[in-house]
Write a protein that binds this ligand. Structure first.
Ligand code: 5GP
Length: 312
């Protein structure tokens, strides 16, 4: 038996205590992520007991655990409130405590609690919104982080952009093939988008996924959203908004995938689409992709254990 020196014993005990403390903090974050506890409740506990797990939790991590906030926004919020990224709940000064409490209370008043939304949750969610608002980025985020959600792969007659993969981003088909798909009733909906190419949603994968109890996300245009509403009245329609018109123009020009004639055509369509946002069940502002994606996923009835939360 090797002799264990007292300093080693101390080190072992200290590292065990550190692991236990980390676990306790992770539990607090999970409870917030799963909406079993509010961030305000965690703050209140941390402020009355300076030795609690709540007090030792970094404020940034607490905010990141709140559904719909995420790590990027959490850092921005802290910067706005004048709280450093490394601050722990128990280490906040009086003014900082007031600032963060007021911020969270304001947010709670504006965001309906999840049980209020749950009644009109549907497993089929349609995500629409103007050109370049980031529907693709939000869907990609959902594809990567929520593998249980089926992302419908549309058929289109437009050519692939660099990097796009047939069968993943779209099924790239000829006009004749598109005609054949429509004639055989294989499309749930289809439309000519931006007065240019045809796009459509294949019916079979969606029906199969819904029959299996899976959630489905369709990323389509306004006409498509209206057709799906008519065909499946239980679908939830979500409209993705840019933070501002100027930001939308900047994103479209910035991505540089369309020539200027196509850009003007898309901006014309975008104006019409923005005018229709009130037809949708929910509007989500795409100020931060992971946050917006989380908001969209929260509108689906996925059992909580299949959801991933950002812990920062
Ligand atoms: P993009 O060419 O930029 O990939 O897409 C152009 C537009 O077509 C986007 O607004 C996108 O939402 C829409 N779109 C993509 N797939 C479908 C679809 O299956 N049906 C309909 N109606 N629109 C689609």
């Amino acid at each position: 038996m090797p002799r264990v020196n007292p300093p080693d014993v101390d080190r072992v005990a200290a590292s065990r205590a550190a692991v236990a403390a980390r676990r306790a903090r992770a539990k607090v974050k999970d409870a917030v992520a799963q909406r079993r506890r509010s961030a305000l409740d965690v703050l209140a506990t941390g402020w009355v007991s300076s030795s609690s797990a709540e007090a030792r939790l970094r404020v940034r991590e607490l905010l990141s655990s709140v559904p719909g906030i995420g790590p990027v926004r959490s850092s921005k919020i802290l910067a706005e409130l004048g709280i450093s990224d490394s601050k722990r709940v128990g280490g906040l000064g009086r003014r900082q405590r007031e600032a963060i409490r007021a911020w969270l209370e304001r947010r709670e008043r504006h965001i309906p609690p999840i049980h209020a939304l749950r009644a009109d949750h549907s497993r089929l969610v349609v995500l629409a919104g103007p050109t370049a608002v980031g529907k693709g980025a939000v869907s990609r985020y959902i594809r990567e982080h929520y593998p249980d959600v089926l992302l419908s792969v549309s058929a289109t007659t437009r050519a692939p952009r660099p990097g796009e993969v047939d069968g993943v981003d779209y099924r790239f088909v000829s006009d004749a093939e598109f005609d054949r798909l429509i004639a055989s009733d294989a499309m749930l909906e289809s439309a000519v988008v931006h007065n240019a190419y045809r796009y459509g949603t294949p019916r079979a994968p969606i029906e199969a996924a819904l029959a299996e109890g899976k959630s489905v996300l369709l990323e389509i245009d306004l006409q498509g959203a209206r057709s799906v509403r008519a065909a499946m009245p239980g679908a939830t329609l979500v409209f993705l908004l840019p933070p501002s018109w100027e930001e939308l123009v900047r994103r479209l020009i910035g991505r540089g995938t369309e020539d200027s004639a196509e850009q003007s055509r898309r901006l014309e369509t975008a104006k019409i689409e923005l005018g229709a946002q009130n037809e949708f069940d929910y509007r989500v502002v795409n100020d931060d992709v992971s946050r917006a994606a989380q908001e969209v996923v929260d509108l689906m009835s996925i059992p909580d254990e299949h959801k991933e939360h950002n812990h920062g």
